[in-house]
Design a protein around this ligand. Structure first.
Ligand code: ZN
Length: 238
């Protein structure tokens, strides 16, 4: 089972639209974990796209947050009241958060990152939340120093495969942290961001395009995260 996910991370509209267009062109499903209101996400094709939430709890770690855990969670749920999946920004995790997610009627969480591992399995937590691990992330691929000409994930396997992309890295075709560090000064200025696009080496966009082409040409099914969560619960009760 293959699922694509994107952590929106406050990307501007043009950048979100660019990512949506790529998945739409190839007819590949993707779950977006959203950080804020986006008109492009809201009007996106729900046959292909699921919207989950991507709350940022990092202010709570500094003990100087003016907001509570619940405020942060409610803010993004108010924007996406139909969301039933969550991945937190920078993968902040705790028992208290997991309990809160269950209270707020989340069906699954996707915070457990196991880079390049095979044999991933979703499973049910004590509070009925389904945990769906993931095994590929764009910025971690360059943290390992890996080239973007190869995802190092075998799409032909029967295992669960969950990719995590960031629209900003798809837009910039990011291949290393240096490019991103330079570009991010202009995070909200897509025109200026254009000047920072990587055209020298294989990057995030090239890798995604190769995956999308392979999926289309081999007619591989893709899944929304919520469908993986539902089928996990069904299998358990059969
Ligand atoms: Zn994030």
């Amino acid at each position: 089972m293959i699922a694509f996910t994107c952590d929106v991370d406050w990307a501007p509209e043009e950048v979100i639209e660019d990512t949506l267009n790529l998945f739409e062109v190839f007819g590949v499903k993707c779950t977006f974990f959203s950080t804020h209101h986006s008109i492009n996400l809201t009007k996106s094709n729900k046959k292909l796209f699921e919207i989950g939430i991507h709350p940022d709890f990092t202010p709570l770690l500094g003990n100087n947050s003016s907001k509570s855990l619940e405020d942060i969670l409610d803010e993004i749920i108010d924007i996406h009241p139909d969301a039933i999946g969550v991945r937190t920004h920078t993968m902040v995790q705790s028992i208290a958060l997991l309990q809160k997610f269950a209270e707020k009627k989340m069906l699954y969480e996707a915070n457990s990152f196991m880079p390049y591992q095979t044999g991933l399995k979703p499973f049910r937590l004590w509070n009925n939340l389904v945990r769906i691990p993931y095994n590929w992330e764009d910025d971690v691929h360059w943290a390992y120093g890996y080239s973007f000409d190869d995802s190092r994930i075998n799409l032909d396997s029967d295992d669960l495969i969950v990719f995590d992309f960031h629209p900003i890295h798809i837009f910039l075709n990011t291949e290393n942290k240096f490019r991103y560090n330079e570009a991010k000064k202009y995070y909200d200025d897509p025109k200026k961001l254009q000047e920072y696009k990587n055209t020298d080496l294989p990057g995030t966009r090239d890798l995604l395009m190769n995956l999308l082409k392979q999926i289309k040409s081999s007619n591989i099914q893709t899944h929304k995260m919520k469908d993986i969560a539902y089928s996990t619960l069904q299998d358990m009760f059969l």
